[in-house]
Structure formats: structure tokens, C-alpha cells
Design a protein around this ligand. Structure first.
Ligand code: MG
Ligand code: MG
Length: 280
């Protein structure tokens, strides 16, 4: 059952996703070699609670933390730990959720820890592009499969693996509502998108094979081949003509710039030669 939201409900979802974006920006400020993922989780929980909201992930189906933090070959759902120390060259996917006034915000961002390899930068860039291409399809009158196909086509055109086991989703009073929004599929298939539907589009893209496995902690999803994965997530409102993106990555990237790095971990102004030479 897909719930179309009222504008009042959408306003609360918008506020939640703004807070998620601001929380991710706060976390991003602290991402550096030597920091533990547990410390990032504490920063996020404090920030969310100081704004009168509650971390939506904490206790969700028993999840023990406020953030899901997935480093390198971890795809999603990594559990923050005081034993997990970030190192220069890592890529870190941070997924954050808030609960405020009965509604949920849910967005994710992949950060570079210092400078990362050209291969990792390309994975981050293409995953971001896949998110944008999927979002362009989130318009009234399209179908979920139009989003799915756009994400899959873009990621696979670069030889990357598209994770099948986890998907995007509707969001509202609950973190996971209908419809499922897979990152793979066929155009013209799946549920019809109507104005006021609110969905999370969240490509989980592997540098190598699409195959993943689940660790014995019951949560962490990792690539089978051990190669890195990236994950970005927008919460969007389906609208006629153009989706309304409620997640605001510009808040995150402004903070990164203040720290002297761009979104791919390059020093501000440093060109990404591999990306510039890429043929589309
Ligand atoms: Mg999420
Ligand atoms: Mg989600």
C-alpha cells in the first residue's frame, strides 16, 4: 500500500531530511584519519538530539547505533565501533536517520578520508551520477522501474556491480514503506509514481562484482570480492516534471570545503584528471 503524503506531511519530512543533511555535514567535519566510527556515531546522536529529534536507526529492528557506517568493502549497515579507526584513503558511507514529529528522515553520503585513489573517486562520482539519473525519473506518471533502470544503466556502463539484495523504499511515518525502489530493473515496470509519494533513492554500487555477503554481526553487508562500494541516498517527493529532492548535499559539501577538501577528497581546486578524461 503506497501512501501519498499531504503537503503538511511533506513539510515534516522536509524538515527531517534537512536535519539529516545537517547531521551528515557535522559528521563530515570530523571524518579524518585516526577517528573511530564510534566517535562519528556519538557526534551524530548528540547533534540529532540537540535539535529535538531522535536517531531513527537506534533500536530499529535492534540496530545498536544512530548511524550506519560502511568503510571500503562494507556496502551498508556497518555498526559503528571504537575499534574501527579511519585511515587515509578510505571511503566511508554514512547513512543517517531522524525521527521528529512522527516522521522519518533518511539520507546517506559517501565521504573520502583524506585523499583517495582515482578508482575510488570514480566510483564515488559515478554512484552520485547514478543517484541523479534515478532522481530525474522520479516524476509523476513514470514508474518505479524508470528510476531503477536509470540507476542500473549508468552504474553498469562503468563496469560496476549493482547490489540486488537491498533497495530504496518509500518513507514517511515509517522508515521503510512501499514501494520498494530497486537499483536495477526495467523501464516502464513497477508501481506508478504519483505526485506526493515520498521515496528514498539509494544506489549501492560496487567497484567490482554485485555479489555481497552478510557478516555474522547480523547487520554489516560487504562485497564478496572485497572491493569497495559507495552509497548515496536522497529522500525525494514525486512531483510533475521534476522531483523535489529533500536531502541537501550542498550543506555537507560546504563543510567539506571549509576543511579544504572537495566531495571526492581532493584538495579544493585540485583537478580530478581521470574523471575529466572520462568519455561518457
Ligand atoms: Mg538510509
Ligand atoms: Mg533508506
Amino acid at each position: 500500500m503506497i501512501h501519498v503524503k499531504t503537503e503538511e506531511e511533506i513539510a515534516l519530512l522536509r524538515e527531517n531530511n534537512l536535519l539529516v543533511s545537517r547531521t551528515l555535514a557535522e559528521v563530515g567535519k570530523h571524518i579524518a584519519p585516526g577517528v573511530t566510527t564510534k566517535r562519528l556515531d556519538e557526534i551524530a546522536e548528540d547533534f540529532i538530539r540537540s535539535h529535538g529529534a531522535v536517531p531513527a536507526f537506534l533500536g530499529y529492528q535492534g540496530f545498536p547505533a544512530s548511524l550506519c557506517i560502511a568503510v571500503n568493502e562494507e556496502v551498508v549497515h556497518g555498526i559503528p565501533s571504537d575499534k574501527k579507526v579511519l585511515r587515509e584513503g578510505d571511503i566511508v558511507s554514512v547513512d543517517c536517520g531522524t525521527l521528529w514529529k512522527g516522521f522519518v528522515g533518511d539520507s546517506a553520503y559517501t565521504f573520502a578520508v583524506g585523499g583517495v585513489s582515482p578508482e575510488a573517486r570514480m566510483l564515488m562520482q559515478v554512484t552520485r551520477e547514478a543517484l541523479d539519473k534515478g532522481t530525474e525519473q522520479a516524476i509523476a506518471g513514470n514508474r518505479v522501474g524508470d528510476i531503477s533502470a536509470a540507476v542500473q544503466t549508468h552504474a553498469e556502463s562503468h563496469g560496476y556491480g549493482v547490489v540486488r539484495e537491498l533497495t530504496g523504499h518509500g518513507v514517511g511515518r515509517h522508515m521503510h514503506e512501499d514501494p520498494e525502489v530497486p537499483n536495477y530493473g526495467a523501464r516502464g515496470r513497477g508501481p506508478l509514481l504519483k505526485e506526493g509519494m515520498v521515496i528514498c533513492i539509494e544506489p549501492m554500487i560496487n567497484m567490482g562484482s554485485k555479489a555481497v555477503r552478510f557478516l555474522s554481526d547480523g547487520w554489516t553487508v560487504v562485497t564478496r570480492d572485497g572491493k569497495p562500494a559507495a552509497h548515496y541516498e536522497y529522500a525525494v517527493v514525486v512531483r510533475p516534471g521534476r522531483a523535489e529532492v529533500m536531502t541537501d548535499f550542498s550543506i555537507i559539501e560546504e563543510e567539506l570545503k571549509k576543511g579544504g577538501r572537495d566531495r571526492k577528497g581532493l584538495r579544493v581546486g585540485e583537478p580530478d584528471w581521470e574523471a575529466e578524461q572520462r568519455k561518457d
